[in-house]
Design a protein around this ligand. Structure first.
Ligand SMILES: [Zn+2]
Length: 444
């Protein structure tokens, strides 16, 4: 990907650790990295592109630690259902019928545009045809950790489940890592992948030096299945299989007991929580306070647009904080500053990218977003973390820079035509569901 050699972001405010929006600064970016953070008014470096900050707030790009971007095709298709009904009666059949390489690419591209417009610059995306989804995400301008899905059922692109590990190995060997993309492995869950599949998939990830993602302890139904089939609980079961280590990212973790949290912390695995998806599917509220107290790396995920239904990490920050307060009956739990940290440094650490992204400092990759705070819903302004967590949403993002390149300017994607991107997915949806009127269905 071509990037601007030099970029000057003029007149922007940085958020201090104390939540104060600092005086105006100029940021110089060279070769995709933050070079210097200067007082305003200095001459731009020769040949630099200039992005006017207009006194707005410059933040690290937000990090989405869990998504299935092609599932954007199923947004709003089957809402208001419990997880197992939603999965077994709607999503799995729709996936079997509709997911292919072209669909993954077109939907990945739309998801990429949506995420960039809401300030997400990095996504850990997990699905089938992962390389095609990644192509769409990267074309839109995102940084991607792209994880190939593994499940012990016939799956899109992998009709024979006996070949699911071989297909994942092929994905890893064919993937061309770049500044913006790294490959990974994603086992769907401990109840849709048998123990041998889980062990082989983790061994493959270890031998390739890549991250291993898995949904874990999402619902109480999962606890019942793991108890019945393995006489265990999800966290203990994965520990017994030697799945847990610093390159494992556990997604959801709604239903873990204190000993499982201790085991996960001791093994150094990370957790991605998806509060809005968990709330929508009535799966429960992950005990994030305990994860953080145990020293576990925690990031925020949107999960898919089919179970959320928006790809907006600012909304996840809000929901993470408020749901935790409700769960603990304690308004002081998970303050705004912690929610912001999970969306930035926490997400970066969760993905093993903490030395590259998540902070605005010289030497870090230049992934940054600009928020227009000059709006009624963000007025007045006392505390930056509170403003972002409880008042802002993705529509407040005006400009987005990924790896030094401006990929959203004045709320418009610069690398793809937004009308073309949306039209392609509209066409897919009309072809796939010709009898479905657009918009939510009435349930009487
Ligand atoms: Zn998921």
């Amino acid at each position: 990907m071509v990037m601007a050699d030099k970029l000057l972001i003029k007149d922007c405010r940085l958020l201090g650790e104390n939540g104060v929006c600092n005086p105006l600064r100029d940021i110089v970016v060279t070769n995709g990295a933050i070079a210097t953070i200067n007082d305003c008014g200095q001459a731009p470096p020769p040949g630099a592109d200039i992005l006017e900050g207009k006194g707005r707030l410059l933040l690290p790009g937000l990090i989405n630690t869990h998504c299935h971007s092609p599932m954007i095709l199923f947004r709003g298709l089957a809402d208001d259902l419990p997880l197992m009904t939603w999965l077994n009666e709607y999503i799995f059949p729709a996936e079997a019928r509709l997911v292919n390489a072209e669909m993954a690419y077109l939907c990945g591209r739309l998801a990429g545009v949506e995420m960039l417009l809401t300030g997400i610059t990095t996504v850990a995306d997990a699905y089938f045809h992962a390389e095609d989804a990644a192509r769409g995400l990267i074309e839109a301008g995102m940084r991607v950790v792209s994880a190939q899905g593994i499940i012990d059922f016939p799956a899109p692109g992998v009709p024979d489940p006996d070949k699911n590990i071989a297909a994942a190995a092929e994905f890893l060997s064919a993937f061309k890592p770049s500044d913006l993309a790294t490959p990974a492995i994603f086992c769907h869950s401990p109840y849709t992948c048998g123990p041998e599949t889980l062990k082989k998939a983790k061994a493959l990830a270890r031998s390739s030096g890549c991250l291993f993602f898995i949904h874990l302890a999402e619902t109480e139904a999962e606890l019942t299945i793991i108890k019945k089939e393995h006489d265990s609980s999800p966290g203990r079961y994965l520990n017994d299989l030697r799945i847990l280590d610093r390159d494992t990212v556990l997604v959801h973790c709604v239903h873990l007991d204190d000993e499982e949290i201790r085991i996960i912390a001791e093994n150094g695995a990370a957790i991605s929580i998806c509060p809005r998806s968990n709330m929508k599917l009535a799966s429960g509220i992950a005990p994030v306070d305990k994860f953080l107290d145990a020293g576990i790396r925690v990031g925020l995920g949107t999960d898919s647009a089919a179970s959320n239904n928006a790809l907006d990490i600012l909304l996840e920050m809000d929901m993470a904080a408020k749901s935790m307060k409700t769960a603990r009956d304690n308004a002081a739990i998970l303050p705004a500053r912690d929610a912001f940290a999970m969306a930035t440094t926490g997400g970066a650490d969760c993905l093993g990218l903490g030395e590259e992204i998540g902070r605005i400092e010289a030497g870090m990759r230049a992934d940054m977003i600009i928020i227009d705070t000059d709006s009624p819903s963000l007025t007045p302004q006392y505390h930056g973390h509170s403003l972002l967590t409880y008042s802002a949403c993705g529509r407040d993002v005006t400009d987005v820079i990924v790896n030094g390149r401006v990929v959203i300017k004045d709320r418009v994607p610069t690398l793809v035509n937004i009308d073309t991107v949306m039209a392609a997915v509209h066409k897919l949806s009309r072809t796939a569901f010709p009898y479905q009127p657009p918009g939510p269905r009435s349930r009487g």
